[in-house]
Structures are given as C-alpha cells and as structure tokens.
Design a protein around this ligand. Structure first.
Ligand code: CP
Ligand code: NVA
Length: 337
C-alpha cells in the first residue's frame, strides 16, 4: 500500500479498501496504546486548523484530543470567528491557512468549499462533515462493527440504514459499502433514498451493486441484519419547517422495539452517530416532541436508545481513535504495518 502521507480526505472514496482497512487497524492500535498509556507521539510541531461552520461536540473534541495526544497544536475557528467566505474568499483564506498550518479540518455545508480548501491550501484537508458526507464518522463506525465481529469480514456483515437516507451519514455508508463490500439495506420511503448524482463523481454506481439494497418495506429491510443504523431526520443546515413532513413520512421507520422484533436477530445491535433525539431532555427534543405530540423519541425510541444493544457511545469514543489514525497517517511518514 502507498503511504497516506500528505493525503486529504474529502470523502470515504478518497481511500481504497486497503487504505480503509489500514486506518481501521491503526485506529485499533492507537486505542490499545492509549488504554495502556503507551502512546508515542508522531505529530510534534504540527499545527492543525479546525474550521467549523456548523456546531459539533464529538468531531471537534475528537480532533482536538487526537492532535493533543500526538503532540500537535490546534486552532479552533468557529462559525463567527474568521473572515472566511465573508470578507475574504475561500481561495484567499485557504491560501493563508495553507501557509500557516500543516493540515485543515473543515466542517460546513458545501462540498465545493471543502474542495476549494483542498485545491488552494495545498496541505491535507479532512472533511469533518458536509451536507453530503461524513467520512470520519463512518470510519469510526467500521471500527465499532469490527469490535463487535472481529473475525467476520465486512462483506459478510449486514447493516440496515433506516430513516432519512439522503443525509451525509447514509451517503457515506453507501460509499463504505461500495469500497469494503459491507452489505447495506437502505430502508426508507423512496422519496428519501440517496440521490444518485452525488456518487457519480466518485464513480460509485449505487444501483448495480448487489451488496446495496433499497426497500420501503421495513420487515424485508431489517430481517436478519446484524446492525440497524439511524440518524436524525432533520440534519444541520436543513430548514426547521422540514420537521412536519419528515415526521409524517418517517415515523413508521422509527427504531423501536417493534422494529427490533422484525429483525429476527436476538443479537441485533444499534448504531447512531449522535446527537440523537430520543427524549425531551434537549431543547430541540423538547420543542419538536411537544409540537408534534410525540412522547417516545423521534428517530429512535427511548427504551431502545437506553438499552445495552445501542453502541452509539462506543462509536463516539472511536471517533477519537480513527481521527488520530487519519491525522498520523496523513501528516507523518511513519508506517505501522
Ligand atoms: N457524530 C458527530 O459528528 O457529532 P458532532 O456533530 O457532535 O461532531
Ligand atoms: N446527519 C446529521 C449528522 C450529525 C453528526 C447532521 O448532518 O446534522
């Protein structure tokens, strides 16, 4: 395998299957080393810019801790902190940041902005979530899947994605499936199936792959799967008015006890990238549940979220280890396997 040194990650298709397997293994190695307090630092004197046009808990913290653990410095550039795109073009801002930093994380709306950062900064740029993709999340999820079934190859694992299948998480899961062979059932009303045009650039044919299946039928889609993955129905950047129609269309696709029974799998596990709207204990959860008179969560019911089969907190921890593997691979020449 060629080294990942100087590589950007605009989406998961930036990597080959071998590279993704390498990153998963390296993440697991870093996880072990950190647990044993035996971590070595490969990123001393490295500076990383963290651009966030949207909110974040996990991604920001994972990038900051990963960098800190590895001896690198970070600068957090929040939505209102800079001139980027407001008084200064993306191109000029990218050229400036590229002179000052060794790598740039970008979380925002448009892939075009991400691509412009990559084009003009001339240092590695990593996608920390755009409207279309969220590669560092799915990388972490592949670790969680491997931790659950260490000896089973990804192509033998079945995952149903239920709910809003047009968002960044589902799109990236489709990419992962295309690259690694992971079996993915998209289970959603047709109106919410992934838009094919976003995959064309990366040469992903979403219809002819027999490891990616599409269905509106919940029973057929979740039967005998190993994992059910879901995410919020209205993503960051979408208009609040979307809630009404989405709740109407997607409520039957809520991950709840009834759906678990349909899997016919006593070992079923749940994946959710978080944040999750499973109760009224957040401002948004309270507002939306009260407005639409819902008392047991939105995309996932409270009892399923709070059960031991929910792996979402393990996924969150794995964000740290996978982002660390990505940073070390792209910013140092060190090879591990
Ligand atoms: N899953 C995820 O990306 O979470 P944040 O929005 O908190 O970064
Ligand atoms: N689809 C969600 C993912 C959050 C991590 C969003 O974009 O808001």
């Amino acid at each position: 395998m060629k080294t990942l040194y100087k590589k950007s990650c605009l989406n998961l298709s930036s990597f080959t299957k071998k590279e993704i397997i390498y990153l998963v293994k390296l993440s697991q190695l870093f996880k072990k080393k950190k647990e044993r307090k035996m971590e070595k630092q490969y990123l001393k004197k490295i500076n990383i810019a963290l651009i966030f046009e949207k909110q974040s808990t996990r991604t920001r913290c994972a990038f900051e801790i990963a960098a800190y653990d590895q001896g690198a410095n970070t600068t957090y550039l929040g939505p209102n902190d800079t001139h980027i795109g407001y008084k200064e073009s993306i191109k000029d801002s990218a050229k400036v940041l590229g002179k000052l930093y060794d790598g740039i994380q970008y979380r925002g709306f448009s892939d075009r902005v991400l691509e412009d950062f990559n084009r003009y900064a001339k240092v590695p740029v990593w996608n920390g979530l755009t409207n279309t993709f969220h590669p560092t999340q799915i990388l972490a999820d592949l670790i969680t899947i491997k931790e659950t079934y260490p000896d089973v190859p990804l192509k033998k694992i079945k995952c149903a994605y239920v709910g809003d299948a047009q968002n960044n998480i589902c799109n990236t899961l489709v990419e992962a499936s295309n690259i690694t062979g992971l079996q993915v059932n998209i289970v959603a009303p047709k109106l919410y199936w992934p838009k094919k045009n976003i995959f064309l650039k990366n040469d992903i044919n979403t219809t002819q792959k027999n490891n990616i299946k599409y269905t509106e039928n919940i029973q057929q889609g979740v039967q005998n799967v190993d994992f059910i993955y879901t995410d919020v129905w209205v993503s960051m950047g979408e208009k609040e008015e979307r809630w009404e129609k989405k709740i109407h269309d997607l409520y039957p696709y809520q991950v709840n006890k009834k759906m678990l029974d349909m899997t016919n799998n006593p070992n079923i596990k749940i994946l959710h990238c978080l944040p999750a709207l499973h109760n009224k204990k957040s401002i948004v959860g309270l507002k939306i549940c009260n407005k639409f008179n819902l008392n047991n969560g939105l995309e996932i019911s409270s009892e399923v979220f709070n059960s031991h089969i929910n792996l979402s907190f393990q996924q969150s921890e794995n964000r740290l280890h996978s982002i660390k593997a990505l940073l070390v691979s792209c910013l140092s020449k060190q090879k591990f396997f």
